[in-house]
Design a protein around this ligand. Structure first.
Ligand code: ATP
Ligand code: MG
Length: 332
């Protein structure tokens, strides 16, 4: 089984070094192939997502993606490789779990349409800006189905099997009206689950104040982007949060954080988010026992106080990684 590893820029390559070290020990039979993408390779070659990388990503069973830096001003020819990868491979479901004290929830975000349709324009001599919000039956149905299947799997592991459908159909009557209608149609196929609806503003408030009431949240692209960042607060922040992008039997796992140029090169990036990506990957290829071993090793190391500075410690990326590898070695 082939795993394509795309470290990218900045701390992306630092945390992916930790991820591959752990994966080599936990799953030595997997073939890891490394590929380039991002601002660094663009500056050298003029291409941010080389054809070989795309080919390697297509061939692999799963992709581990670090982070890419993006220039702060538009650069001709530069397009974000992660956005390209999601679009080219049609990785339509963005899954962002949050686990914290009393909290175990997942935001399932549609990844391909909505206000990210790219249809923006100026009219009226530049005095009116218009963005088109695209919602389709197909994309809505497949994202809600993905959320329901996830809720069902979690239910088997003791979670309540509850889906919160988040929209703003009272204002966006046509677009979110369609999303809502389709979501409720799909819901009928999952009688074992409980469904509730929330307007996005209410959902945001409740997610901030009472995150423990949620299990699986399913929503459109932009609402999901915003809600998952709120959820992230309850799970220990950016150094910890991991996400997956799924579609057509493929999966790409990436930390929620970026290339973090402010700390890049100093060896102090928190590898936890990247290692949580490895946990998700192992679960996705049905190696739940191995995933659990990694989770236990990470918990043990964190509770020994071996932590990077962003979570209140003074350990380096390497020290945390070595400690986790030692824990794994001593496991029965
Ligand atoms: P990008 O444009 O690539 O997203 P950014 O400047 O937005 O870069 P992020 O990577 O999103 O930076 O990080 C935001 C802040 O969180 C930065 O101060 C960064 O140092 C910190 N941070 C993010 N990830 C980590 C991590 N894994 N370990 C420690 N600190 C982190
Ligand atoms: Mg960022």
């Amino acid at each position: 089984m082939q795993i394509c590893v795309i470290p990218g820029d900045g701390i992306g390559s630092e945390v992916m070094a930790a991820a591959t070290a752990v994966l080599r020990v936990l799953a030595p039979d997997l073939t890891l192939c490394e590929a380039e993408a991002g601002w660094g390779v663009f500056q050298r070659t003029g291409v941010a997502l080389p054809a070989e990388t795309l080919a390697a990503a297509r061939e692999a069973t799963a992709i581990l993606f670090g982070a890419v830096a993006s220039p702060s001003h538009p650069v001709p020819g530069y397009r974000s490789p992660i956005v390209e990868l999601r679009r080219t491979l049609d990785l339509y479901a963005n899954i962002r779990p949050t686990i914290g004290p009393g909290v175990d929830l997942v935001v399932v975000r549609e990844n391909t349409e909505d206000l990210y349709s790219g249809r923006e324009r100026l009219e009226d001599d530049g005095n009116t800006a218009i963005a088109e919000r695209v919602i389709t039956r197909t994309a809505s149905a497949r994202i809600v189905r993905t959320a329901c299947e996830l809720a069902r799997t979690r239910q088997a592991a003791g979670r309540p099997g509850k889906i919160t459908i988040v929209h703003k159909a009272n204002v966006l009557r046509v677009s979110d009206g369609l999303f809502r209608t389709v979501a409720l149609e799909v819901a009928a196929d999952f009688p074992e689950l409980t469904f509730e609806e929330r307007l996005v503003d209410v959902a945001a408030m409740q997610l901030a104040a009472q995150p423990q009431r949620f299990d699986v949240i399913v929503t459109t692209n932009m609402f999901g982007d915003i809600l998952s960042d709120i959820a992230c607060i309850h799970g220990g922040g950016l150094g910890v949060a991991a996400s997956s992008n799924l579609g057509h039997g493929r999966a790409l796992f990436e930390p929620v954080h970026g290339a973090a140029p402010d700390i890049a090169g100093r060896g102090i990036a928190n590898p936890t988010a990247a290692l949580n990506c490895v946990v998700m990957l192992l679960e996705w290829i049905d190696r739940t026992h191995t995933a659990e071993r990694l989770r236990r090793a990470m918990d043990a190391v964190a509770s020994e106080g071996i932590r990077t500075p962003d979570v209140g410690g003074d350990a380096t990326t390497r020290e945390v990684t070595e400690a986790i590898l030692e824990q794994i070695a001593t496991q029965a």
